[in-house]
Design a protein around this ligand. Structure first.
Ligand code: CAA
Length: 254
């Protein structure tokens, strides 16, 4: 089951399958994908937080019992559903924040990696243990872990399946911060982001997502275009006027 709780402009999405450490089966992952699709298109939601129900786990991965019965064709669909869910977190036009409580393993670590920001509680444990099952990370882990931690660290973690505690995860760049309770920190950052211009955030996310790929010159040219275009927005006018008038800006996303 996946709950969505809206608090002002912030949506908290909670994956809730506590009897299996929030491991994702087809029903839960499909529901998560559907909820994220809705939130991606909802203008009134400016920031999305992803977390797991209970204290034990964020998500302990894809459901291994389900996967053990799959053939090649079914596994391809299963991988595609995970990829689609990760792409929604990565590309939806608003910031996404993972609040990692407990275990974030395999597909759980991969969904956290697909979010823009990652916070964890001090007891969190993260990793890609797929190698111990004779498979590979299949929801983005072979690519996004390297983007967060660098290729050498990523290869060590995916080759060995070693699980890292929160303090190490912070040191290697897998996390943005370690805080207890983690959801409070995620909410605090989300509230701060929700007060900023959603247009500027959308454009920054789109451009930042290009930073580690494609042609550097073309990416800088795109930044130049988008920078100039934003000067047509009311939010830009408001932000700069508020600075000059020494008051807080109120951004409407216009
Ligand atoms: N799939 C299915 N069930 C899972 C699960 C998973 N990924 N993780 C935990 N569970 C279930 C357990 O089977 C158990 O259920 P039963 O009591 O019915 O057997 C219940 O959750 C509680 O788990 P444990 O008794 O194992 O709890 P623990 O505290 O001893 O250990 C754990 C916790 C370290 C997270 C351990 O459960 C574990 O190692 N889980 C698997 C982690 C894993 O390998 N994840 C990667 C999955 S592959 C993947 O995600 C592929 C991909 O890239 C998409």
């Amino acid at each position: 089951m996946t709950h969505v709780e809206r608090e002002d402009a912030v949506a908290v999405v909670t994956i809730d399958r506590q009897e299996a450490m929030n491991a994702l089966d087809v029903a839960t992952l499909t529901e998560l994908r559907d909820r994220l699709r809705e939130l991606a298109g909802e203008d009134e939601t400016r920031v999305v937080i992803l977390t797991g129900a209970g204290e034990k786990a964020f998500v302990a991965g894809a459901d291994i019992k389900y996967m053990s019965g799959l053939g090649v064709v079914e596994a391809k669909d299963w991988g595609a559903l995970g990829h689609e869910t990760g792409r929604l977190l990565e590309t939806m036009p608003k910031p996404t924040i993972a609040a990692v409580n407990g275990f974030a393993l395999g597909g759980g670590c991969e969904l956290a990696l697909a979010c823009d920001l990652r916070y964890a509680g001090s007891g969190a444990k993260l990793g890609q243990p797929e190698v111990n099952l004779g498979i590979i990370p299949g929801w983005g882990g072979t690519q996004r872990l390297a983007r967060a931690c660098g290729l050498g660290v990523a290869k060590e973690l995916i080759f060995t399946g070693r699980i890292v505690a929160a303090d190490e995860a912070l040191r290697i760049g897998l996390l943005n911060g370690v805080h207890d309770p983690v959801l409070d920190k995620a909410r605090e950052t989300a509230a701060s982001l929700a007060s900023k211009s959603p247009i500027a955030l959308r454009v920054m996310k789109e451009l930042a997502n290009r930073a580690l790929g494609g042609d550097h010159g073309a990416n800088l040219a795109a930044e130049g275009e988008r920078f100039a275009e934003l000067f047509a927005s009311e939010d830009a006018r408001e932000g700069m006027t508020a600075f000059v008038e020494k008051r807080e800006a109120i951004f409407k996303g216009l």
